[in-house]
Design a protein. Structure first.
Length: 108
């Protein structure tokens, strides 16, 4: 129960930061909506851990619901890191192409 309370406190903190960033216009609307749903879903998952434990047991996993949530969170983080790396590669290619074009134009 203490873990759930701590997790909810952390989620409320992140939601407050999210609304603060939206108010200061430091975050785009679509990004705000994504993170809002993400943190609300996380809070709902934490609040429904007993039900999640039953579902996990019925599926056949030996771990508890919180462990399954942790595994899903780690997998999601690796996916986000992968997507971020792809964006970074594309950005680097675009910068390289831009620098090449600028150097060609400056040479003329």
């Amino acid at each position: 129960m203490l873990q759930q309370i701590l997790a909810i406190i952390v989620i409320v903190f992140f939601l407050c930061r999210l609304f603060w960033q939206k108010q200061k216009k430091q975050i785009a609307a679509n990004e705000f909506i994504f993170w809002l749903f993400f943190w609300l879903f996380a809070g709902l998952a934490i609040l429904s851990l007993k039900w999640l434990d039953k579902v996990v047991a019925e599926i056949g996993f030996s771990g508890s619901g919180i462990e399954v949530l942790l595994y899903l969170a780690v997998a999601l983080l690796f996916y986000f890191i992968f997507r971020l790396r792809l964006r970074l590669e594309k950005l680097e290619r675009n910068i390289t192409d831009l620098v090449k074009e600028m150097s060609i134009l400056n040479k003329k």
